[in-house]
Structures are given as C-alpha cells and as structure tokens.
Design a protein around this ligand. Structure first.
Ligand code: PBG
Length: 341
C-alpha cells in the first residue's frame, strides 16, 4: 500500500482521472466547451413568391412561409438585426412562368432579380446568396435541361452560366450552384469574370446527395422532379448516392480547382461524416445545409410534444458545427439567433 492509497476514503474509488470534474458547474462547462455556435454561423433560406398578397404557409414546414417581395425584404432585415450575416433566396414561381429552358431565370425583371436588388438596397450589409439551378424555373422540375430523353449536362451548364450572370447583375454577392452538373463551377466563374463580376463569389453545392430530406422544400416551390421518357422522377443521375464518401471528395476537389470560394455539403445531419472528411481535406470554408426535411422532423415531433424543440434545434446546429461546418444554412436561423442572443 503506497502513501496515496493510505489516505483514501474507504468509499472512494482508486482513480485519478475524473472527467466529471470538468462538467461540474455551468461556468466550468463554459470554459472547457470546444465548439461555440454563434449567429455569425447562420444563413437563413427564404422563399419568395410573386405578387403583393399575404404570406402563404408551407404546410410541411411549420413556421416557414412563401413571402411577397416586400415581406422577404422585411425578413432579411429582421435576420440581419438578429446578427445573421446572410440569406439564401429561392423563388416560388407560378407554373405559367416555367418552361423547358428555365427562361424566366434570366429575366432581368424576374422575381428573384427584383428581390435581390430590393434587399441590397434596403439591407445593404447583408450577404445575398442566390441558388443557381433550373428546378424552380423548369416545367420538368429538374435541375438540368430535359431534352431528347436525357438530362443534357453541357447545355444545362450554359444556361446556368447565364442564370448566374443575371443574378450577379441584380446584385447577388454569392451565387450557389445547386444543380450537380459537371463543369458548372468553372463555366460560371469564367462567365462572371468575363463580364466583370470578379467580386461575386461561388458557393458550390459540391456534395449534394439525392436525398429524401428535400421533400418539404419541393412542396414549398412546387418543384418536384417529373418523370418523362427515359427520365426518372428523381435526381439520382446528377445528385450523389448517399452511400458514397470518396466520390464527395472527388466532387469537392473538382469544384476547388474550378474556382469555388466555399463548398457545401447537403443535407447536413445524415452527412456529418462527409462534412468532417471534407473539412480535413481542403482549406476553403465549408457550409452545410440543414435541409427542409431535417427542419420538418424536429417541428413535427415538437408539435406532438415528443421532444423539446429548442433543445433539439440547438443540439442539431451545434453538431453540424462540431462536425466542421463554418456556415449552416438553416430554416431555424432566426429562432437559433434569438436564443444565442
Ligand atoms: C434545388 C435545391 C433543392 C434544395 C436546395 N436547392 C432541392 C432539390 O435539389 O431537389 C433543397 C433544400 C431543402 O430541402 O431545404 N436545386
């Protein structure tokens, strides 16, 4: 028996390390906390609808609305006041505005373009991110051009280049291609630079998976992909297989080479390993999209009284940050920012 043991209380275990000492009080837990979530990390996605009418609830996303342009500007203002640095805009268009070529996406007076311009005028300090993909504008509901029974990659990329340019002209700070076509980041960079928009950034949805968790978003925009001759009613020929991680790295490396400024993983919670892997392999900032289905799950369970909404929300967002995300797109952004104070 050594001296140390001889002083031991009879009921005390003979252990030196007691990790619980660092969890004993709230102030100690604060000091040793490894990950700090802040409103600075959050990006609020917003759905814009045409007309001046009242906001429309998205049934599968409680608390989320399709807003008119004016109300969208107010939402951006409210987010900015809460310390949220950026919004990501998604237009909800009438079916009559949709066509095979997503022509409306290049209309300088289009809903998205006018919304971007209005936000940049009224809330100049906020960063405006626009989505580059055909689906909200496409009568086929796909992110790519459906022609002759296939999704034509290269023709789609040309359309995306013009779409991104139109968004840049409207005042977008960052364009975010979410289409998963090959070669689009490089082409968009080239088009933007050629037209003088060298300051407009590219947030590439590099690792975007063919996920069931986008369901509520497609309700919000009425943009579900349609099946047609030889084309399935899903996005599996361009969005990634949820089984793959090395392929995500391949996509990320290509987008880095093609000039992306930031890259994104989407969805977030079922893909935390992808976020961590990418974060440890590249130097660019990494964003993660806490998508509509992830939001809907927490909301639905909370509405049933099955879990504590705020606690589940904060734990989810913290986990995404801990996995390695520098930025989190989330429909919870305002609620979280309020709690973060
Ligand atoms: C479309 C796009 C989608 C989302 C963002 N951009 C849907 C899709 O790919 O079908 C989903 C976002 C969400 O579910 O919250 N290019």
């Amino acid at each position: 028996m050594n001296e140390h043991e001889s002083h031991q209380h009879p009921h005390t275990l003979d252990i030196i390390s007691r990790p619980r000492r660092n969890r004993r009080t709230d102030s100690i837990r604060k000091m040793v906390r490894e990950t700090i979530l802040s409103a600075d990390d959050l990006i609020l996605p917003l759905f814009v609808k045409e007309g001046k009418g009242k906001r429309e609830a998205v049934p599968s996303m409680p608390g989320i609305f399709r807003n008119s342009l004016k109300d969208t500007v107010a939402e951006a203002m409210a987010a900015f006041k809460l310390g949220i640095p950026a919004v990501a805009l998604f237009p909800a268009l009438a079916n009559s505005k949709k066509d095979q070529y997503a022509s409306e996406s290049m209309n300088p007076k289009g809903l998205l373009q006018e919304t971007v311009a209005a936000i940049k005028t009224k809330v100049p300090g906020i960063t405006v991110i626009t989505d580059v993909a055909m689906d909200p504008y496409s009568s086929d509901g796909h992110d790519g051009l459906v022609e002759n029974g296939r999704i034509d990659n290269d023709k789609t990329v040309k359309i995306l280049g013009e779409m991104a340019l139109s968004q840049a002209r409207a005042g977008a700070d960052i364009v975010a291609p979410s289409d998963m076509m090959d070669g689009r980041v490089g082409y968009i960079r080239e088009r933007l630079d050629y037209e003088g928009f060298t300051d407009v950034g590219i947030l590439a949805y590099s690792a975007k998976y063919a996920s069931a968790f986008y369901g509520p978003f497609r309700d919000a925009l009425q943009s579900a992909p349609k099946a047609s001759k030889n084309i399935p009613g899903d996005k599996k020929t361009y969005q990634m297989d949820p089984a793959n991680v090395r392929e995500a790295l391949k996509e990320v490396y290509l987008d880095v080479e093609e000039g992306a400024d930031m890259i994104m993983v989407k969805p977030a919670l079922p893909y935390l390993d992808i976020i961590t892997t990418i974060k440890s392999n590249i130097e660019l900032p990494v964003a993660a999209y806490n998508v509509s289905g992830e939001y809907a799950m927490i909301k639905a369970a909370a509405q049933k009284g099955w879990l504590d909404e705020n606690a589940a929300m904060m734990e989810s967002l913290l986990s995404i940050k801990r996995a390695g995300a520098d930025m989190i797109l989330t429909y919870f952004a305002k609620d979280a920012a309020k709690l973060l104070g």
